[in-house]
Design a protein around this ligand. Structure first.
Ligand code: FES
Length: 353
């Protein structure tokens, strides 16, 4: 459930990005405990009475009882929430926040880990790397980050600080797509071909096979290129974790699934309470549930954030798209409620599983 948290700082990171810090009252610190890499959903009701939700990744190192939550917000063109967060939100305001969720996480452990991130994809990885290096002396981290220019790069100082604090255990490669080589940094785009050549060169000793976990985060194109490069380098899929930050709407409408007799019921358990409702034609499982239970969790409604994850207990659904769930979660019966449409007359899901 949402809680209203107070904004204690709004720090400019770049021309179009800021970090928001929210205070967590002592009684809620356990509720807002997060694993490095998780995100929170923020909500606001705009002047037309519409509810807008967005998820933002937590960027600070994880602690057992966080007194604050800090998220990185980049202005998205036409993005209502990011415009509000960057242009209107002030210290002292309150924002409604859901507890942290997400499975793009790395609980600290010994080993050598690597991340490939683009743009604001640095946000969860900053928390992952800082928590890991701070807590586990036997861990190493290699970060490959791409951005447009130095001026548009989020968390420059925090990343530089990791380099200073852990010179032997933190490796950083920055590639800028719109800055020339006079900066001394690599330039151009990080595509599959380039990554396939770059990654083995960066890890000369143990090679890509020596990396215990890969974390890919950023726009869809970069994550797809990085994942294809890792496949080409024979990295096992189970070692690759990914989180997409932006996915364009599907170019064509997903195929409409029609039930044989046109009717389906959706049963859902949410916060321990169950219900069964008729689905309307074309509706997603989330939409059916939301008509009856306004507390159903969701944020992006686009198959990207994973906030609406449910376990399918009975029946079958068709998922329009999925950029959030890992293959193991699909195998375990999880689906995204916002993308799922019933294809059997009876569908039963569990939001609590
Ligand atoms: S609400 Fe984000 S994936 Fe469904």
């Amino acid at each position: 459930m949402f809680h209203a948290l107070r904004v204690t700082a709004v720090e400019r990171l770049t021309d179009d990005a800021a970090a928001l810090t929210l205070a967590v009252p002592p009684g809620l610190r356990e509720t807002y405990r997060y694993a490095p890499g998780q995100h929170i959903a923020l909500r606001r009701v705009n002047e037309h009475g519409e509810e807008i939700r967005r998820t933002y990744s937590l960027c600070d190192p994880a602690t057992p009882e966080p007194a604050t939550l800090r998220v990185g917000v980049r202005l998205v063109e036409g993005g209502e929430f990011s415009t509000y967060a960057l242009k209107e939100l002030l210290e002292g305001d309150t924002v409604e926040v859901l507890p942290p969720t997400g499975r793009f996480v790395l609980p600290p452990r010994r080993g050598h880990f690597a991340a490939i991130v683009g743009g604001s994809g640095i946000t969860p990885v900053l928390s992952i790397a800082a928590t890991l290096l701070g807590r586990e002396p036997g861990a190493r981290f290699c970060l490959v980050r791409s951005d447009r220019t130095t001026a548009s790069t989020m968390f420059l100082e925090e990343v530089a600080d990791l380099k200073d604090r852990y010179p032997d255990r933190f490796q950083l490669v920055t590639v800028l797509s719109r800055e020339d080589q006079r900066t001394g940094l690599a330039s151009g785009r990080l595509d599959q071909e380039r990554l396939t050549a770059l990654l083995p060169a960066l890890l000369p000793g143990e090679g890509v096979e020596g990396i215990d976990g890969w974390y890919l985060c950023g726009p869809l194109g970069l994550v797809e290129s990085a994942s294809a490069a890792l496949r080409a380098l024979d990295v096992p899929r189970a070692r690759v974790h990914q989180e997409i930050f932006h996915a364009e709407p599907a170019p064509t409408a997903p195929p409409r699934v029609t039930l044989p007799d046109g009717a389906a019921t959706v049963s859902a358990t949410l916060e321990g309470r169950g219900g069964t409702w008729m689905a309307k034609e074309g509706e997603s499982v989330l939409e059916t549930v939301l008509r009856n239970r306004t507390d159903a969790p969701y944020a992006c409604k686009g198959g990207v954030c994973g906030t609406c994850r449910v376990r399918l207990l009975a029946g079958e659904v068709h998922m329009d798209r999925n950029y959030a769930l890992e293959p193991e979660e699909l195998d375990a019966g999880y689906v995204l409620a916002c993308q799922s449409h019933p294809v059997t007359p009876v569908v039963s899901v569990d939001f609590d599983a």
